[in-house]
Design a protein around this ligand. Sequence first.
Ligand code: NDP
Length: 288
Amino acid sequence: MKAQILAGPPVAAALLADAAARASRLPALPHLVIVRVGDDPASVSYVRGKARKAGEVGLRNTVHALPEATSQAELLALIDTLNRDDDVNGILVQLPLPAQIAEAAVLHAIDPRKDVDGFHPLNVGELWAGRPALTPCTPAGIMYLLAHHGVQVAGARAVIVGRSHLVGRPLAALLLNADATVTVAHSRTCDLGAVTREADILIAAAGCPGLITPEMVKPGATVIDVGINRVVSIEGKGHLVGDVHPDVADVAGMLTPVPGGVGPMTVAQLLANTVRAAELQHAVRSDV
Ligand code: NDP
């Protein structure tokens, strides 16, 4: 029997509807500021998509597009201004940054209460301490997708392939906080298939097209494909594929497609995080 395909867009729509309803109960509509440095085509496209979606759900948004030659001091000065501005609820600096700017310095400079990407060390620490406040968007979106489809996480064996700060590590913390038994595999893992076959929930976030093949999957497992890989077909056409081989659909119980699976959840979660940040800030302000 073929796996149930877990399409992202309807679940993302549910998350966005929830975020929009919460936003409407706040004293002011949340305001997301996105900062982009340079003209990397992928970054331009991601930022455009995030700003458009923010507008669609009624959040205020501003994009600062800075030139490629922007210095670290100039970017930090802008972040300082945004940190101090009570009208700004969320700040996102689109990565990657040009070589003259140290990513860590920038991520550390963002006010943790406005850190809608969840990359500030304080938010990373809170997540691992089991007190998540603002959590990275792709992992949080995956947790929402699992919950939406009634996937049992507590007590499940979860295996994540990939240990990046963006996906693998924060997802491990979220799954652990949700009482899964978590294994994180990576490029140095021996006998990857033996590890992945243990998984009731298998998350592939390696950036390797077709890495996960049917024999690496436990029958009936829930398989989440985070990978987004651009490949060129024999006809010379470019298209996107995930980290999971299409034949895994014959073995898995549930499977996310690429594109149209985890991707839409990531953007929706960014906006949900913006609403969450505004809620936290208004709660603080109404307490003083
Ligand atoms: P990184 O390159 O930062 O990390 C990849 C991880 O996968 C590393 O931990 C690496 O191991 C591991 N890995 C690579 N090859 C193998 C292999 N053959 N076997 C086992 N482990 C392997 O990638 P990201 O985490 O940023 O992204 C992963 C994928 O997810 C990419 O395709 C990216 O485009 C996609 N992505 C999708 C998003 C979405 O919204 N759908 C959002 C973010 C990312 P090691 O640490 O040992 O090098």
